[in-house]
Design a protein around this ligand. Sequence first.
Ligand code: ADP
Ligand code: MG
Length: 227
Amino acid sequence: MIKLQNLCMNYKLEQAQLSVLNDAQLSIEEGETLAIVGPSGSGKTTLLTLLAGLEQPSSGDIMLDGVKFNKLDADALADIRRDQLGIIFQSFHLVQSLTALGNVALPLEIAGKKNAYQLARKMLDRVGLAEREKHYPAQLSGGEQQRVAIARALVHKPKLVLADEPTGNLDVVTGASIIELLFSLNKDTGSTLLLVTHDDEVARRCQRIVRLQSGKLVEDQDHALSV
Ligand code: ADP
Ligand code: MG
């Protein structure tokens, strides 16, 4: 489903160049769960940003279902993001002028779904926020905003879920329920889950663990053998 081929990402700084990804290679099959681990600053968010088509790699390609994803134009990328991707960022990017329910319904409305509010309400309920549907982002705690963002990312049952430390802002109990939600969606809909996490236990629940190391992706073979 996804293939990274010699993926490189350099950031240009004033004096120098920072190489974050350096010939990263990876193949991910449809329906797999994969944890991306690595120390802070190793390029995990950068990798997800490229996979979401929000930035262009410096060189190399991302193949999505046999298509060079990174060579598509902005409209084609937007269509894929709308129909197939669910992106959970570290920062929530909620629309401040919309209620919790409005935020979750937004991707469905954009896609022209008739029962947008009904589906959005169901997903808000699944993240435990049924009682907060009329609240605006500013009236929600950080953890609640994160859960709205997660509901919005998952409401259209995307084929590929990209999650950047999705439980980073949540207490242990809420975090565990969000992880359950992500894994149950993977099981129910056959979606692919790419999860950046610092939590070893969460990583071990994934079928594969891949470590970002000096700009390369290194598969944890012991884990692959143990599942
Ligand atoms: P991680 O998510 O693993 O903590 P990031 O992908 O956010 O790491 O960042 C990797 C490295 O790239 C860091 O050293 C960071 O400072 C740098 N970086 C990230 N985004 C930019 C940018 N837009 N411009 C310059 N440097 C960046
Ligand atoms: Mg990060």
